[in-house]
Design a protein around this ligand. Structure first.
Ligand SMILES: Cc1ncc(COP(=O)(O)O)c(C=O)c1O
Length: 415
């Protein structure tokens, strides 16, 4: 059970009809983010990838530790701007529409992660209508990485064919568009200021793998800048720091990662590095709390059916894992009938949807003593959880949201 004391207490106090609920520990999030920041050298900027969890209290709780936020759509841009009004924003993501580009230029975003030459032309067209506007550009590249570097990762977005970023030859062409004295981006070319390179190649990397990748990205970017004689101010080496769903107490080794980035920066005294983790910042601050509605035996196996399911917490379905959980036993059984309980030593925790895919944890030994009416707290539900789920399927009620900040003495926001 990873749930903090505050989260367990609040969950125990909720009425059955207030479940399921997402319960966040913002004090724990702040502490974790501060430790991440403290492990990084000064010349490493920490941006939070808002797509991991864009809830306003979460964004606000991170604000002291992060240098800015990475947004990947016009919707995220407007939302994050409203939640943390003065924070610098980096605008990434494939397929930016002309309207999104115009809105982001007008919002004065801090950095553009440009994904293609087409996007450069679109950006130039928007700038042409705004004579006072200028933008700072990082070219997002899809680099061929060393053999074996991405073999073990959960989600590779680069180093192989993907819709993300520019292949190396297209990156060369984009640099030429931005740096050659005369070209098709004129007359606005000078207002498209090339600052460096962005590469988010994978999610689920351990610190040593991330460092190996960062070395390759910086090395490649340095050679690109030398070939085209532009000043390489920044390299964003992306997010993707691993969260281990099989071991919820494990943490990405931020200290080793920070030390490694420090050594890399020693060799590049004029460079600023940026990272943009999502999952590894917020996964640990949220729990999906629910109760067991029924326990039943099917063809020799126990199933515990919980309120809610993958329409609220899609993470285990998308990643094909069992979501780790802890149980909060509820001793009170006010009914005259027998209380169904797990008897086989393990159970599959299923949700309320009419599909066999609605499974949160498969044949989990941790369910050995689970009874109908007990509560369950799913760990690691602070990132890519509620916001990636298919909420409308079967029209079950939405979960509650509880943001604890020093519970029970500090403020609590319930939604
Ligand atoms: C461009 C970009 N940056 C950062 C991230 C954050 O990745 P993670 O949450 O694995 O750290 C993502 C995730 O997809 C991404 O696409």
């Amino acid at each position: 059970m990873t749930a903090t004391e505050a989260v367990r207490r609040r969950t125990a106090e909720l009425q059955p009809e207030q479940l399921p609920a997402y319960v966040y520990d913002l004090a724990a999030l702040r502490k974790h983010a501060a430790a991440v920041r403290a492990a990084l050298p000064e010349r490493v900027e920490l941006y939070y990838a808002a797509k991991a969890n864009p809830e306003a209290p979460v964004l606000a709780a991170l604000s002291e530790a992060v240098d800015g936020y990475e947004v990947s759509s016009g919707g995220e841009l407007a939302h994050v701007r409203a939640a943390v009004p003065d924070a610098p924003l980096a605008f990434g993501g494939p397929g930016k529409t002309p309207a999104e580009i115009a809105a982001a230029v007008d919002a004065g975003v801090h950095r553009w992660h440009v994904e293609s030459e087409q996007e450069l032309y679109r950006l130039a067209a928007v700038l042409a209508d705004r004579p006072d506007a200028a933008v700072d550009v990082l070219l997002r590249v899809n680099l061929p990485v060393g053999a074996g570097t991405l073999d073990s990762v959960a989600l590779a977005m680069g180093g192989r064919p993907t819709p993300f970023g520019l292949d190396p030859d297209r990156a060369e062409a984009a640099v030429r568009l931005l740096t050659e004295p005369v070209g098709p981006l004129d007359p606005v070319r000078r207002r498209l200021r090339l600052r460096g390179v962005h590469a988010h190649l994978a999610s689920g990397l351990a610190a040593a793998e991330q460092l190996a990748l960062a070395e390759q990205i910086v090395g490649w970017s340095t050679r690109l800048a030398e070939r085209h004689a532009f000043a390489l101010d920044e390299v964003n080496v992306g997010g993707g720091m691993a969260v281990d769903y099989a071991d919820p107490d494990a943490r990405f080794d931020w200290v080793a990662f920070g030390a490694g980035l420090g050594k890399l920066l020693d060799r590049h005294p004029d460079l600023v590095l940026r990272i943009e983790p999502g999952r590894a910042l917020t996964a640990y601050c949220g729990w999906y709390a629910t109760e067991v509605l029924d326990v039943k035996r099917s063809h020799g196996e126990d199933f515990a059916v919980v309120r809610g399911g993958t329409h609220h917490l899609r993470t285990p379905a998308t990643r094909g894992h069992s979501q780790p959980f802890g149980t909060l036993p509820v001793e009170d059984w006010p009914h005259p009938w027998e209380r169904p309980a797990v008897t086989t030593g393990r159970a599959t925790l299923a949700g309320q949807l009419c599909t066999p895919k609605d499974v949160l944890a498969h044949a989990a030994p941790a369910a050995a003593r689970l009874r109908t009416g007990d509560r369950v707290l799913f760990d690691l539900a602070g990132a890519y959880a509620w916001n990636i789920s298919h909420h409308e399927f079967l029209m079950h009620p939405r979960p509650g949201f509880h943001y604890l900040d020093g519970y029970p003495d500090g403020p609590t926001e319930d939604r």
